[in-house]
Every structure is written in structure tokens, then in C-alpha cells.
Design a protein around this ligand. Structure first.
Ligand SMILES: *Cc1c(COP(=O)(O)O)cnc(C)c1O
Length: 432
């Protein structure tokens, strides 16, 4: 694709005209600028845009609540008792899982803890957790507190792998060799599928294999991967994974988290877990017996009955994913992010560098750029120009053109505004 990109504005228009997914933008509410124009929204890695269909989906449940109250658990249009099951198939498809392996419940950091209750069981000889060096803070806090909870010392038990001197991202072979060296002492490997900061997509299959060879359990935080990268959690043999639904999955602020537990753990009722009634065998749940009998599979990790309004938003959003198709989304994503990279490279500027890996199979749609001095001013000018992206101290701007609602014209507009800020605007003016 790269050698087919062009720098003129007509190119973006041509791409949008022939984009089979172009009409999906219409299904989302796009925030407006002060001048009432569409913002260039590149922040789907933080909060995905609202599908317009969410309003009706929520209204349906509010009406059922109003008209039927408690009866809606059984007689509602979408009976609430079973509501979490209505999203399982679509969610499983997005992460490459079997239905028995997936459930939507709680929020992400909570699910990380619940998974560690089952899959981090340190012993005197095997007590370490391996995470990536610049992990999302919540993940690091969670891991450190789990280590302490078991009476171990984070200084000895928490292993953080960092990039080589002078590099920004990790090399898979370095992760593999660390696992080969220390694997006998590692209880759990828990890495972000896509690092939130650098945008690096990790080789999850290879990491899982390396971990299993050494007897470690392997889980991933897919906050930035679910709905973004191509995933095959079942085939990769991952033990567990968790992700939020409000980033690329567009399901609304604080919406429920997804959780994957590999089928091979589905019937293991001896695994330690924190139990609650919603994880109890469905046939006998309402007999209110004292003895806990887990539902086989991921559903057996549920604790509480889930918030239906959140599930309704998730359902409305996943319907769009299903209709668009993950393969089509992936193809557009590669083309769109490649186009952003191409235009940025074409600015030929020393004022910034791209820290995200260059290979399409080592990233999702996010490109993180590092700015030279005065970067914060550039970021503020972008905001003033109608771009929504985010700033990470001390010098990073994260950009996430998503294939569902972003266009090639969005990318072009962004680079135009950005180029003007770093004094390279002439690079883009050829035919634009
Ligand atoms: C967004 C994100 C979180 C957020 O956690 P919540 O529990 O949903 O607040 C956690 N971990 C990672 C890696 C994230 O990107």
C-alpha cells in the first residue's frame, strides 16, 4: 500500500469514495468544533464515539423498567436475567474465542484482580509476575498489590521488562529470552496486548508459547487491543485476558469489561476464585442453595448481576462491529494508519519522531509521536484546530484513527493542521 499513497488532498477524497466502510461514520455522533464542524476525533483509544443506536437501545430498557419493573427480568423484550448472554457471541468473535470462554462483567481493573485470584498462585519457588516496563499504571498497581497480598516482596517478585538502551519498544526475542532465563520462577506473565503508550502490539502467541514452555500462566490486558487488533485468544492458547469496552469497542464511559478464560480451565472448579451468585449454576441459582457450583467457563467468574444499561450500549455497539466485519475493519485500519504514517514521514521534520513500530503486524491503529521541545504547545494548537487526540507527559501525542468512524480526509486534515504547527505546511500543499 505504502507506495500507492499520495500527498495531495484529492487522494484522501478518492480513498473515502471507494471505502466500503465509509457509511459507518454516519452511525456515530461526532463531536463538533466551535464552528460546528466535525472534530477530527483521534481519541478512540481513550473513549470511543457513541453509536447513535445506543439511545434507542437504552430507551428500550428504560421503558421495560418503567412498564414492567421486576417482571422485565423474565418478560422484558430482552429479558434482563439473560442479558449478558446476548453479547457473548459477538464479543467472542472479536477476540477470537469460543463462547464458553467469554463473559462481560465488572470493569477492567476489577477483572484483572479476579483473574489473578485464580491464576496468580505464588509458591516459594515460583512467585514472580512479569509485566512490560511501561505498563498502564492500574495494571502495575493491581499486580503489585496482588504480590503483597500473598505476602511476597514486589522488589523481588515484580519483573518489568524494558526496551534496550536507546529503543522505545520491546523486542519479542528479548521477552522470550527473559522468560527462558527466569521462567522457572515466574508464576504469571501479564502484558498489555497493545501497549497504551507506544502503541506496540505484542506477539501474544509467541509470548504465550514461551511462557507455557516454562510452566508459567499467561494473561493479557487487551484494553487497547480489543476491537483494534486481530486476536485469536483461543488458538494462541492464552490462559486469560481482560479488556474494557469503552475504548475501541465504543460502549460508553465506564462500560463493562470483557473477560476471557481459556476453555481448558472451564471445568476446573478447584481453581480458587472469588465467588458470587451470578457465577452459580443457572439451573439452581434461584433455589438459593448455600453451596457454590460454578457455571462452566468464563461465566462462572461472575459475581454480581450485571448493569443492563451498560450491556444495552455494548449490544448496540457490537451489532455495528458484526455488520462491518472484523476483517474489513482490519484492512481499513492498516490502510488508514499507514496513510497517517506516510503523511507524517513526508513532512520530513526533525521536530518529531514516531515511536510506534513501523510494521503493520506490530501495531494497531494507534501512532504515538514524540515531540521535540515545546511539544505541549503543538498539542494545544491541535486542540484549538479541532483535533481531539491526547497528550502524555512529557512529550508524547497519541493518535488513533479508527476504521469505523474515521476517514482518510480526517487523517489529511490532521496532518495539515499539525504541519502548520511545526512549520512544514508546504510539504502538503501540492494538490491540496
Ligand atoms: C484503559 C486501561 C485501564 C482502565 O482500567 P479501568 O478499570 O477500566 O478503569 C486499565 N489498563 C489498561 C492497560 C488500560 O489501557
Amino acid at each position: 500500500m505504502t507506495n500507492e499513497y499520495r500527498t495531495d488532498a484529492t487522494f484522501a477524497q478518492e480513498m473515502d469514495q471507494t471505502d466500503p466502510l465509509a457509511s459507518y461514520r454516519e452511525k456515530f455522533s461526532i463531536p463538533k468544533t466551535k464552528e460546528d464542524k466535525d472534530c477530527v476525533y483521534f481519541c478512540g483509544n481513550s473513549l470511543g464515539l457513541k453509536p447513535k443506536a445506543v439511545n434507542a437501545a437504552l430507551m428500550q430498557e428504560l421503558d421495560d423498567w418503567g412498564n414492567m419493573a421486576v417482571e422485565a427480568h423474565f418478560r422484558g423484550k430482552n429479558p434482563w436475567r439473560d442479558y449478558h448472554e446476548f453479547v457473548t457471541k459477538q464479543m467472542a468473535h472479536i477476540v477470537g474465542a469460543k463462547q464458553i470462554e467469554v463473559v462481560m462483567m465488572n470493569s477492567l481493573s476489577v477483572n484483572l484482580h479476579l483473574m489473578m485470584v485464580s491464576f496468580y498462585r505464588p509458591t516459594k519457588d515460583r512467585y514472580k509476575i512479569l509485566i512490560e516496563g511501561n505498563a498502564f499504571p492500574s495494571d502495575r498497581y493491581a499486580v503489585e498489590s496482588q504480590i503483597k497480598f500473598h505476602g511476597f516482596d514486589p522488589l523481588k517478585s515484580l519483573v518489568e521488562i524494558s526496551p534496550r538502551e536507546g529503543e522505545r519498544t520491546l523486542r519479542t526475542e528479548d521477552i522470550e529470552s527473559l522468560i527462558a532465563e527466569q521462567g522457572n520462577e515466574i508464576s504469571l506473565i501479564m502484558i498489555g496486548g497493545v501497549n497504551y503508550y507506544t502503541g506496540q502490539l505484542f506477539a501474544m502467541e509467541r509470548i504465550t508459547k514461551a511462557g507455557h514452555e516454562k510452566g508459567c500462566l499467561v494473561g493479557f490486558d487487551l484494553a487497547h487491543a480489543a476491537g483494534n487488533a486481530a486476536l485469536s485468544l483461543h488458538d494462541w492458547d492464552v490462559d486469560f485476558a481482560c479488556w474494557c469496552s469503552y475504548k475501541y469497542l465504543n460502549s460508553g464511559p465506564g462500560s463493562l469489561s470483557g473477560c476471557f478464560v481459556h476453555e481448558r480451565h472451564a471445568h476446573d472448579s478447584d481453581l480458587p476464585r472469588f465467588a458470587g451468585w451470578w457465577g452459580h449454576d443457572k439451573e439452581t441459582r434461584f433455589q438459593m442453595e448455600p453451596h457454590f457450583k460454578p457455571i462452566p467457563g468464563a461465566e462462572g467468574w461472575q459475581i454480581s448481576n450485571p448493569p443492563v444499561l451498560s450491556l444495552a450500549a455494548i449490544k448496540a455497539s457490537l451489532d455495528i462491529f458484526e455488520e462491518a466485519g472484523m476483517e474489513m475493519l482490519h484492512n481499513k485500519s492498516v490502510a488508514l494508519t499507514g496513510y497517517l504514517e506516510f503523511l507524517l514521514d513526508n513532512l520530513n521534520s526533525d521536530d518529531f519522531t514516531i515511536m510506534t513500530p513501523r510494521a503493520a503486524d506490530e501495531r494497531g491503529c494507534q501512532i504515538s509521536i514524540v515531540l521535540a521541545e515545546g511539544g505541549k504547545n503543538v498539542f494545544e494548537a491541535l486542540q484549538a484546530g479541532g483535533v481531539v487526540c491526547d497528550w502524555r507527559e512529557p512529550d508524547c501525542i497519541r493518535l488513533a484513527p479508527t476504521p469505523l468512524y474515521n476517514s482518510f480526509t480526517d487523517v489529511y486534515k490532521f496532518v495539515q493542521i499539525f504541519a502548520a504547527q511545526i512549520g512544514q505546511s508546504e510539504q502538503l500543499s501540492e494538490a491540496g
